[in-house]
Every structure is written in structure tokens, then in C-alpha cells.
Design a protein around this ligand. Structure first.
Ligand code: PEP
Length: 246
């Protein structure tokens, strides 16, 4: 099995019920997208989004199955609302909420136990890249954030340089290739089906740069923030992924 191609949208804290019209448009424009499609809206929209027949994900879950955790959401609750996936360890969670690799790993285990695919995010800060620490940082996050129960069926790994998220800046193709090759090597060395885990790039993916990014070896798709909010932006990214070779 080859890694599945996945175009994933992260709506972050954006969107209301009215925003679902963008999903209608996306599905109308791409009835057979030619790759897997996933949208991770705010928790308030998961149920309605999933009812449209598109794969839907949460943006975080708690490591515990239930309990006194006001404001948090359990993996099984996401699943109950219709989610099939959950983003974990996004840099905005790591930064805004101080999430550690250990916590991300615990959440991924909870996600797997609830039957969700964990989309685990890794990424270096600009200071770490400038200090030539990128590969060490990514290798460390990968080792510590991805649990031993990961398989190609229940886990997706996203490389999202912190400095590229929402900034309009992207790494060079060679920089993306270097990190994706490292992630592929480490996953293949650790897991029986590690060669088949889908690897996403995320960070300022737009219609204008998507095809070039999808041509990079071991880039199996994208995790898209801002450009996933509008069908007119996300649609061309989906089409570029479907058209990409490999
Ligand atoms: C993200 O939030 O995961 C992301 C990649 O955002 P953007 O595409 O807006 O940079």
C-alpha cells in the first residue's frame, strides 16, 4: 500500500454554520476529488460538517476518556459527533497551551483507542531553523509524539514549520524534502508499515504553490489553514494534489 494522498483543512477558530456553504461548493466542484479530503472545523461544526458526507476532524482532544475537564473534549465525543480524525500537537496548541510531546503522544493513544485517525503535527521554530536544529527537532518530536500503537491506518504526520504557518512564507523545496525524507526514514525504521504513513506538509500552502510542493518526494498531501476556508482556494489545492504523481 502506498501512502494515501490527503488534502486536510484546518479551520482553526473560524466558521459558523453559514460557513458550511463553502463545503457544499467544494463538494459540488470536486464530486470525485481524486484524493482523500478532510476538514477539521471548530468542534461546534463537526456534527453538521460530517452530515455532509465529508471526512471531518477535531482540532484537539483530551488524553482522558471522560471526567472533570471543563472545556475539553474527549476523543470518543469527537467520534460520537461524526469525526474520523483529530489534529494533535498543532503548533498553536503547543504554543498557546504549552502542550508537550508527552501530552501529544497521550492524546494520540486516546484518539486511536476511540477509533480516530491522529494527524500529529511537528515543526521547528524560526530560531531553531536558524540555529540549524531543524532535523534534530523534528526527529525528537516524531519519536516522542507518535505513539507505539501508530499504524499507517490510524496516523498521519504533518510537518508544519512554525514560522511558515499563516505567514505566507514557506521553506524551500529542498528544506521540505529533507524533513520529509527524515520523517519517512524514521517511521519506516520504527513501524512495520511506516513507509505507508501519509506525510503532509503544512504552512502557507496556497493554490499558487501547491503543485510545486506536491511534487516533492514523500509529500503525500497538505494540512491547510487559511486557504481551506474558501472553496475557491481549497478546491485548486485539492485538484493539484489529485493531479500530482506518485
Ligand atoms: C495550519 O494551521 O495548520 C496551517 C498550515 O495554516 P496556514 O495554511 O494558514 O499557514
Amino acid at each position: 500500500m502506498a501512502p494515501r494522498k490527503l488534502a486536510a483543512g484546518n479551520w482553526k477558530m473560524n466558521g459558523t454554520l453559514a460557513s458550511l456553504a463553502e463545503v457544499d461548493r467544494l463538494l459540488a466542484d470536486h464530486p470525485q476529488p481524486g484524493c482523500d479530503l478532510l476538514i477539521c472545523p471548530p468542534a461546534t461544526l463537526i456534527h453538521a460538517m460530517a452530515a455532509k458526507g465529508i471526512a471531518t476532524g477535531g482540532q484537539d482532544c483530551h488524553a482522558n476518556a471522560s471526567g472533570a475537564h471543563t472545556g475539553d473534549i474527549a476523543a470518543a465525543q469527537l467520534r460520537d459527533a461524526g469525526a474520523s480524525h483529530v489534529i494533535l500537537g498543532h503548533s498553536e496548541r503547543r504554543t498557546d497551551h504549552g502542550e508537550t510531546d508527552d501530552q501529544v503522544r497521550a492524546k494520540a493513544i486516546a484518539a486511536h483507542e476511540a477509533g480516530l485517525v491522529a494527524v500529529i503535527c511537528l515543526g521547528e521554530t524560526e530560531a531553531q531553523r536558524d540555529a540549524d536544529q531543524t532535523l534534530d527537532v523534528i526527529a525528537g518530536q516524531l519519536a516522542a509524539s507518535v505513539p507505539d500503537c501508530a499504524t499507517a491506518a490510524n496516523t498521519v504526520v504533518a510537518y508544519e514549520p512554525v514560522w511558515a504557518i499563516g505567514t505566507g512564507r514557506t521553506p524551500t523545496n529542498d528544506q521540505i524534502a529533507e524533513v520529509h525524507a527524515l520523517m519517512r526514514d524514521r517511521l519506516a525504521a520504527r513501524f512495520a508499515d511506516g513507509a505507508d504513513v501519509s506525510l503532509l506538509y503544512g504552512g502557507s500552502v496556497k493554490p499558487g504553490n501547491a503543485a510545486e510542493i506536491f511534487a516533492i518526494p514523500h509529500v503525500d498531501g497538505a494540512l491547510v489553514g487559511g486557504a481551506s476556508l474558501k472553496a475557491g482556494d481549497f478546491g485548486p489545492i485539492v485538484a493539484a494534489l489529485a493531479a500530482s504523481g506518485g
